[in-house]
Design a protein around this ligand. Structure first.
Ligand code: FAD
Length: 346
């Protein structure tokens, strides 16, 4: 029997950031992952403290960014990779009213440090933007695919990853948890949309929202900022750009669709005027919650059994924040914020 402090189920952003807490506090652990979910692998990876539809602040954005970025930089060192690509986001305006709304928003204390008050004129012939751009500061992209893939290799090297499905029926619950040849003091479920198959947490109000993204090759575009219009256009190097994303509340599969591709292209062509070629398409399910807050906390009956989920559309920024809160709750009895605690649904 292998004895560990924790079993972690799921190696997406939630799982990775919880493991980072465990490592930082010298806890032993084993991770199980079956790649049934793809959200963290396909994500655009943007971190952006502003909701660009409504010009409002993202929940706890400053606290989240202050915590998250140093953790990604630590991961860069540990894994010897580059994850954080700092890039401004340019919001394309479509009217003078929108420009005015932007300036009104930039006066708000919580937004003033993120919204530049200088209008940026468009000089790029490949883009149609007659009403200029507003620039969001302190934004960027985390290469989540590289992070997850490299993290899993690192866990494998340390004999901490089992690439298999967690079988919920095989878990024996006594004073500790026994799972096949593993005995653990705690178990943390971080399966994203996969939690729907988890009999211990299946009733949580998790709402799946499928998203699809395209990769295009556009050698004449030449932009080094993220462009936000009816879709995001994110430069990823070598004249390649990520275009996305769609929001589909019905389809629960990770399969790419022609409908999503056509919808993204239709939106893209409203402002992109140069030639381009679609080279790739991906799909994943975002684990979202109706009240737009994460799902974190302890099982009602089984103490030492926890869930870390509901990262929604902003896993890059939220995951480090909620992973830290869960760890401190388990190990130090620090109460969880009411907003994220699953007890709010009791
Ligand atoms: C198209 C798209 C674009 C996005 N863009 C952004 C963005 O730009 N910025 C941003 O911050 N967020 C973005 N997101 C959201 C972000 O991807 C999610 O918030 C985040 O990835 C969720 O992470 P997670 O670890 O909770 O879930 P997941 O990434 O789904 O990870 C769960 C893991 O658990 C595994 N698993 C599930 N069940 C089992 C089981 N029974 N046994 C073993 N393993 C299991 C899965 O295979 C998976 O690896 C995007 C999402 C999508 C779909």
């Amino acid at each position: 029997m292998k004895n560990v402090d924790y079993i972690v189920v799921g190696c997406g952003l939630a799982g990775v950031h919880f493991c980072e807490q465990l490592k930082a506090h010298n806890k032993s652990f084993v991770v199980l992952d079956n790649t049934s979910q793809q959200s963290s692998v396909v994500a655009g990876g943007l971190y952006n403290p502003v909701v660009l539809k409504r010009f409002t602040s993202v929940w706890k954005s400053q606290e989240q960014l202050e915590l998250a970025l140093p953790i990604y930089h630590k991961l860069e060192q540990e894994l010897n990779i580059v994850l954080d690509f700092k890039t401004p986001v340019y919001r394309r305006f479509t009217s003078v009213e929108e420009q005015n709304d932007w300036f009104t928003a930039s006066d708000k204390p919580e937004l003033s440090k993120y919204l530049s008050t200088t209008l940026i004129k468009n000089t790029n012939k490949a883009i149609d933007a007659n009403f200029s751009f507003g620039k969001v500061l302190e934004t960027g992209r985390i290469d989540t695919k590289l992070l997850i893939e490299t993290y899993k290799k690192h866990l494998t090297k340390n004999k901490q990853l089992l690439e298999e499905s967690f079988n919920y029926d095989a878990l024996v619950i006594k004073d500790t948890f026994q799972y096949n040849a593993i005995a653990a003091k705690h178990i943390v479920f971080a399966e994203g949309f996969g939690v729907k198959k988890n009999k211990y947490f299946e009733n949580l109000p998790l709402k799946e929202v499928k998203g699809e993204l395209l990769t295009i090759y556009a050698p004449d575009l030449k932009i080094d900022y993220v462009l936000k219009s009816s879709v995001f256009l994110i430069p990823i190097g070598n004249d390649l750009y990520t275009v996305g994303a769609t929001y589909d509340w019905k389809d629960k599969t990770n399969k790419i669709t022609l409908e999503a591709k056509e919808l993204l292209l239709k939106k893209l062509k409203t402002f992109l005027k140069c030639d381009f070629k679609v080279v790739h398409q991906v799909a994943g399910i975002r684990p979202t919650v109706t009240d737009r807050r994460p799902l974190v906390g302890r099982h009602k009956t089984y103490k030492n059994m926890y869930v870390l989920n509901g990262l929604g559309t902003r896993g890059v920024m939220i995951a480090p924040y909620v992973a830290k809160q869960l760890f401190n709750n388990i190990e130090n009895n620090t109460p969880l914020e009411r907003d994220i605690d699953i007890a709010r649904f009791n």
